[in-house]
Design a protein around this ligand. Structure first.
Ligand SMILES: C[S@@+](CC[C@H](N)C(=O)[O-])C[C@H]1O[C@@H](n2cnc3c(N)ncnc32)[C@H](O)[C@@H]1O
Length: 281
C-alpha cells in the first residue's frame, strides 16, 4: 500500500523568527541579500543568482502599480533588499516587517547604507497581527513569506484590512503542481519541515482570496523559470561553504537539507498570485 503523506506541521511565528535569527547569516552567504528564488527569463540566461532574484522582485513590483509617494507594506521582508529595491525603482515609501529581530536590524542598516532611511523602515511584527491601522497601504507584497505562516486565510484578511480600497496584493507561494510521487516525498517533506513551511493546491487560491474580500487577478505557475536553477545554484554554494560553516552558523542545517534533493521534484511548484481590494463605489 502506498504510504499517506505526513500531515503538514503548522509553523509557529515565534519559532520561525528564531529560525531566521539563527540562519540569516547562512542565507546571506548562499542566496545573498534576497532570501528568495531567482527568476530566469530563458533557460540559458547567463544571469547570476543575485540578478535573477532581483528580477523576481521587479516582476512582482511591476504588478503593484505603485509610484512616488505610494505606501507599500513588505510582509516578511527578510534582510531588506527587496524593500530597498522597490523604493529605489519606484519612489514608493516601504514599510517592511519580519518576525526575525536580526533581519529587522540588518534591513534597517541596509536602508541607511542606501540613504533611504526616510522612506524605507522596518519593524519586528507578526503578519498574523499587523500593527497598522486599516487602509494604511496602497500595496502589499509578500515575497516567499506566506509559506511560513500558520493560517493563509487569516494573513489575507489582515492584508485586506491594511490595504486601501483599490489597493493591490502580490505574493508568491508554494503549491503542489501534481501529486508528489513517493520518490520525491522525503525531500519535499524534509524541505518543508526544516524551514517550517507548508504548501497549498493552486485551486485553493481563488476561494481563499474571495473569502478574504479580494478580487482575484492573476495566478501564474512560475516554477519553470525559478525553482530548479535556484536549487542547483544553492546546492553548489552550500557545499562550497559547508566546511566553513560551524554549527552556530547553520552547519547542521546543511547536513539535514541538501537543495540538490529538490531539483528533480518537478511536481513541487511556485505560484505567483495577484489580487485587488475592490474599490469603493
Ligand atoms: C524566505 S524569507 C523571504 C524574505 C524576503 N521577502 C525576501 O524575499 O528576501 C521569509 C520571510 O518571512 C518572514 N516571516 C515568516 N513568518 C512571518 C510572520 N508570521 N510574520 C512576519 N514575518 C514572517 C521571515 O521572518 C522572513 O523574513
Amino acid at each position: 500500500m502506498p504510504q499517506q503523506p505526513a500531515p503538514p506541521v503548522l509553523p509557529v511565528p515565534d519559532e520561525v523568527g528564531r529560525l531566521y535569527d539563527r540562519y540569516t547569516d547562512l542565507g546571506s552567504a548562499t542566496l545573498g541579500e534576497n532570501l528568495h528564488f531567482g527568476y530566469w527569463d530563458t533557460p540559458d540566461s547567463p544571469a547570476p543568482l543575485e540578478e535573477a532574484t532581483d528580477r523576481l522582485t521587479d516582476l512582482m513590483t511591476d504588478r503593484l502599480h505603485i509610484g512616488p509617494g505610494s505606501r507599500v507594506l513588505d510582509l516578511g521582508c527578510g534582510t531588506g533588499r527587496p524593500a530597498v529595491r522597490i523604493a529605489g525603482r519606484t519612489g514608493a515609501d516601504v514599510t517592511g516587517i519580519s518576525i526575525s529581530r536580526k533581519q529587522v536590524d540588518r534591513a534597517t542598516a541596509l536602508a541607511a547604507e542606501h540613504d533611504l532611511a526616510s522612506r524605507v523602515r522596518f519593524e519586528r511584527a507578526d503578519a498574523m497581527e499587523l500593527p497598522f491601522a486599516g487602509d494604511s497601504f496602497d500595496a502589499v507584497i509578500a515575497l516567499e513569506s506566506i509559506i511560513h505562516m500558520p493560517d493563509r486565510a487569516h494573513v489575507l484578511r489582515e492584508a485586506v484590512r491594511v490595504l486601501r480600497p483599490g489597493g493591490r496584493l502580490v505574493l508568491t507561494d508554494f503549491f503542489e503542481r501534481a501529486p508528489i510521487p513517493e520518490s520525491g516525498r522525503p525531500a519535499v517533506e524534509r524541505y518543508l519541515r526544516e524551514f517550517m513551511m507548508t504548501m497549498v493546491q493552486a485551486e485553493d487560491y481563488p476561494p481563499l482570496l474571495r473569502q478574504a474580500g479580494l478580487w482575484f487577478e492573476e495566478l501564474t505557475d512560475i516554477s519553470e523559470p525559478t525553482l530548479r536553477r535556484t536549487f542547483v545554484e544553492l546546492s553548489a554554494r552550500i557545499s562550497g561553504s559547508a566546511q566553513q560553516l560551524g554549527s552556530d552558523y547553520g552547519g547542521e542545517l546543511v547536513e539535514q537539507f541538501n537543495p540538490a534533493d529538490m531539483t528533480d521534484v518537478s511536481e513541487f511548484g511556485h505560484l505567483l498570485v495577484v489580487a485587488v481590494r475592490p474599490p469603493n463605489r
